[in-house]
Design a protein around this ligand. Structure first.
Ligand code: BG6
Length: 489
């Protein structure tokens, strides 16, 4: 009756993940509109601390400047790595590694350039037809996010972003359009990438400009509520279009552990872990968890809802739970008492003395991935998908086109081992797409030089370079991992 699983399932979806706004480029080609991501600048002279500040705060002044054709600034995400023109070559390289799946996103702005049009842009739709056909040619399953940090800028400047309920209709129109168009080409969908990040960066997740909101918490949770409803309505539309399709949620999951066994640290960890679990609770179960009332009251948030919202969320929870996992963090109720405690920007946690950190201060904790998989499966009993996991580093291109990225191999190997452990624990995990299978623009810092790929792209932070694709050492390593279905790591 009980059979322990010691191997990855035969049909396990090995692959890599990217996002349209970070790799496609060609932002002025094929009728594409300007997206939120197209407004972020990069300048080598900019102090390092400011790189990711932009991610957290966007001002009207920056947005106006970005729309001015006379602006001399460099906007990296408008250029990406020019996947738009290199997609055949890039997909051929993914196929050479043996990818079974490729997680990507559709740029909303290619389909509805401003977001509020009634008729979609055919040129945008046909671009993704070509991409899906190319993947299909190699038997690679597309796993597609509808919204990955790039909604139309117009929806932010004209409507105020997701805080405005009208966004639900615009999103559902976009979602229904692509579900219908690609129903024979795409089976796996995700609605909002890292939906819980609305609380970290409301501009790029919600199109909400903080200057407009005296109570930004109100805007964040109102926007999140609208995304929950939109996600449920999109799931409904997807099922109507193709009953066999699977729709997942996607959260940024940082495992949080108590800094000590002090009961205050333990409770603080439970509270803080809800920065991710609140979102999976709503989307996987279909209703707000019991702690919502207290949590919103403490933030002075009063949600405006419509009577039908509750039912649609209950009727259309997601089919699977996907998440990104890069690191864990420790939580202390009294960080001021810990000497040298460094706050983690994303989680607000403190440094765990047992763990090493990457060059960007991310705490490397492979075993945490097994814990995360177990936690999520215990909670929801729904299939899980590791949508992102990877190691951002400054790679060096050496003589003879060599990139010896052993640090990346080691990071990925240790994490994949833990996925296997979780499978033995009984967790139903059906795929693993490492982040940034090809180098592209970093979401948080806007740099090119924070690289995650198996494939190096010859381009620097200011977009200079040949864009030549070069296989790293990790390319051959991952190819063998896939060929042996995770038996040789
Ligand atoms: C995830 C995002 O948060 O992390 C990706 O979904 C992002 O878009 C990835 O690129 C890595 O973050 P960064 O800032 O190093 O690019």
């Amino acid at each position: 009756m009980f059979q322990m699983k010691t191997k990855f399932p035969e049909d396990f979806l090995w692959g890599g993940a990217t996002a349209a706004n970070q790799l496609e480029g060609a932002s002025d080609v094929g009728g594409k509109g300007l997206s939120l991501a197209d407004v972020y600048t990069f300048d080598e002279k900019m102090p390092k601390e400011q790189w990711s500040d932009q991610w957290h705060l966007m001002t009207h002044k920056q947005i106006e400047e970005a729309q001015d054709p006379a602006s001399k600034k460099y906007y990296p995400k408008r250029h990406g790595i020019d996947f738009y023109h290199h997609y055949k070559e890039d997909i051929a390289l993914f196929a050479e590694m043996g990818f079974k799946a490729y997680r990507m996103s559709i740029a909303w702005t290619r389909i509805f350039p401003n977001g509020d049009e009634l008729v979609p842009n055919e040129e945008g739709l046909s671009f993704y037809d070509r991409v899906f056909d190319e993947l299909n040619k190699y038997g690679i399953e597309p796993v597609v996010s509808l919204s990955h940090y790039e909604m139309p800028l117009h929806l932010s400047t004209k409507y105020g972003g997701w805080v405005n309920r009208k966004l639900i209709d615009f999103f559902v129109r976009f979602a229904s359009t692509v579900f219908d168009r690609y129903k024979n080409k795409v089976k796996y969908w995700m609605t909002f990438n890292e939906i819980n990040c609305v609380t970290h960066h409301p501009y790029v997740s919600l199109g909400v400009i903080e200057e407009n909101h005296p109570n930004i918490e109100q805007a964040k949770f109102q926007g999140a509520h609208h995304q929950f409803v939109a996600s449920a309505l999109a799931t409904k539309a997807c099922k109507e279009s193709n009953p066999k399709a699977m729709v997942g949620c996607m959260v940024s999951y940082q495992l949080l552990v108590p800094y000590s066994c002090d009961p205050d640290d333990v409770q603080a960890t439970v509270d803080k872990q809800r920065t991710s679990l609140f979102f999976t609770d709503v989307q996987a179960r279909g209703y707000y968890p019991a702690y919502t009332a207290k949590m919103l009251a403490e933030k002075n948030v009063v949600l405006e809802t419509e009577p039908e919202d509750e039912q649609i969320m209950r009727d259309y929870p997601v089919d699977y739970v996907s998440f990104s996992y890069y690191m864990s963090s420790a939580v202390s109720a009294h960080p001021e008492r810990i000497e040298g405690a460094v706050g983690n920007l994303l989680t607000g946690g403190v440094k765990n003395p047992y763990l090493p950190t990457s060059d960007w201060g991310w705490q490397v904790d492979p075993k945490g991935l097994r814990t995360a998989l177990n936690q999520l499966y215990d909670l929801y009993q729904k299939p899980l998908f590791v949508a992102e996991n990877g190691y951002g580093a400054l790679d060096v291109l050496e003589e003879g086109d060599k990139i010896e990225d052993d640090y990346r191999i080691s990071y990925l190997k240790e994490h994949i081992k833990q996925v296997k452990e979780a499978i033995a624990d009984g967790v139903d995990v059906f795929g693993y797409t490492s982040w940034g299978c090809i180098d592209m623009i970093s979401a948080g810092t806007n740099q090119m030089s924070k690289r995650y790929g198996y494939i190096y792209v010859d381009q620097d932070d200011m977009g200079r370079g040949t864009k030549r694709r070069i296989k790293k050492k990790s390319f051959y390593w991952y190819k063998n991992v896939i060929a042996t279905n995770g038996e040789q790591l």
